[in-house]
Design a protein around this ligand. Structure first.
Ligand SMILES: [Zn+2]
Length: 493
């Protein structure tokens, strides 16, 4: 999302700066709340419109550093190279480099399993991109495409020492005496630093907190990096477990800020002592409640995801409603069930036919190379449309009549996403809705919505494998009453 946001603002700035481009891709700086972005080319609402939800997001145009335990390097690498679509224009630019002594063997193993070559060992010129641009006083363009994966022990040898350093010469006074020795600095600049499994280093003197302190000292004129600490068990025992990382986040303003002042390094030490004392000598329920309130406020402030299931001293740590799950069965309307089964069988038969044809061609060509297979993946891919139709069986008719092909490509090609009312989906919307039971359930949930524990209106999140379904739901829900926000979480061609 961040990388796309950087690209989006680049495109918007270029479009605004060049008066000769016509038609305009984006809104001019001066626009009214009624105006819409002419192209909406991103998988989120375009930030060129001032009232767009993404307008206020601050893009981070610098590289990301992932500090992971050694055992998880291959997991990060596999996730990146198996999930980023390299045929997408932006996906092709994204790089994850491994900076570690065992990088070569990790990459070779992954390359073998993916059946492709990976350029995941950075050349010197690749690391040049993530250096501070002294001329423009900013990170270099393109550095936001780069993520460097390392461990806290490998950073110096495999990243910092490989990058050219900025040298501040010694200061010599008029008597020829050195008053300050020459300083060499690593001038790499990071926009985001992630530390995975951060609970493994709890002390302030541990490698990652020390490294982050050093990196911050090296880029004093830069208000980033943002720091993300990831863990499934952030506080195993008590508040002291968070001490080192809260100290890394602390700024000089904390001590005079009412929200943050209870969590300065000094106060966290105190909170840890209070906890240890209560463990040894349990107090009154009120004393427990007071302590829990303080710690629960800390969690609410610093933790992105919090759990309501933790109990301390017999009282719940966070005042969140309990998690509740309920299955709602939405079987296909009997009127469509038979029709749908025939359709699914036809899809399956077509995949099998294709396979036999490829097999015969392969045999006819002398059975050279890899034999074609009837893989589950092919079947799943081919039944993708069948799955969309299972939600709204009326779509089978539109598909067979050639009215729509159910792809997102078709929607963007015809600009239906910017003009939903002109799309066949909107024209046939009543028949589409009538054919699927899920919309009726969604409608019921929407009408039952209340407020959450903060008093804000409740939201409903609908996940779907298909952007076409999201598009149809958008047409269905868009009214004075509801404000649907469609969101694509993967990059499409
Ligand atoms: Zn725009």
């Amino acid at each position: 999302m961040n990388t796309l946001l950087v690209e989006a603002w680049n495109e918007i700035d270029e479009d605004r700066a060049d008066p000769s481009t016509k038609p305009k891709k984006h809104l001019p700086l001066d626009h009214t709340t009624e105006d819409q972005c002419p192209t909406e080319p991103f998988p989120f609402a375009c930030p060129c419109r001032k009232s767009s939800p993404s307008h206020g997001f601050e893009p981070i145009g610098a590289a990301a550093l992932v500090i992971s335990p050694k055992g998880l390097l291959s997991t990060w690498l596999t996730e990146f190279y198996s999930r980023v679509d390299r045929s997408h224009p932006l996906g092709a630019k994204l790089r994850m480099y491994v900076a570690h002594g065992e990088a070569r063997s990790l990459i070779n193993t992954l390359a073998k399993s993916l059946g492709t070559n990976l350029d995941a060992i950075p050349e010197k010129k690749d690391l040049e991109t993530i250096r501070w641009d002294h001329e423009n006083q900013s990170p270099r363009y393109g550095s936001h495409h780069i993520t460097v994966l390392t461990t806290s022990g490998s950073y110096d040898a495999h990243v910092a020492s490989r990058v050219q350093r900025e040298i501040e010469p010694a200061i010599i006074n008029h008597r020829g005496k050195v008053t300050r020795k020459a300083v060499t600095r690593c001038d790499i600049v990071w926009g985001i630093i992630y530390r995975d499994e951060f609970h493994r280093e709890k002390r302030e003197t541990a490698q990652t907190p020390t490294l982050i302190h050093r990196i911050n000292q090296n880029q004093p004129d830069w208000n980033l990096p943002t720091l993300w600490f990831l863990s499934g068990t952030p506080f195993e025992k008590g508040p002291s477990d968070l001490q080192a990382y809260l100290a890394v986040l602390e700024t000089s303003e904390w001590s005079c800020d009412a929200t943050f002042s209870p969590y300065t390094a000094k106060n966290i030490v105190q909170l840890g002592k209070e906890f240890d004392k209560l463990i040894k000598h349990p107090g009154t329920p009120q004393e427990h409640r007071n302590f829990i309130t303080k710690f629960s406020n800390l969690l609410a402030l610093f933790m992105i995801r919090r759990t309501s299931q933790t109990d301390w001293f017999g009282q719940s740590l966070l005042p969140l409603p309990p998690h509740e799950a309920r299955d709602v069965k939405c079987s296909i309307d009997p009127q469509y069930a038979e029709y749908f089964q025939d359709f699914q069988a036809a899809v399956r038969a077509k995949v099998e036919q294709d396979f036999h044809r490829r097999m015969q061609a392969w045999k006819a060509a002398g059975s050279k190379g890899i034999a074609p297979t009837l893989s589950v993946k092919n079947l799943v891919g081919a039944s993708y449309k069948a799955r969309i139709c299972a939600t709204f069986p009326y779509l089978i008719k539109l598909l067979e009549d050639g009215v729509v092909d159910l792809t997102w490509d078709e929607i963007t090609r015809n600009k239906w996403h910017t003009n939903p009312g002109e799309s066949p989906y909107a024209i046939h919307i009543d028949d589409i809705i009538r054919s699927g039971r899920k919309t009726r359930v969604i409608e019921r949930i929407l009408n039952m919505q209340d407020v959450d524990i903060h008093g804000d209106p409740e939201k409903l999140v609908v996940l779907s494998i298909s952007p076409t379904i999201a598009f149809i739901l958008w047409i269905v829900c868009h009214s004075e009453l509801f404000c649907p926000i469609p969101c694509l979480s993967v990059m499409y061609h």
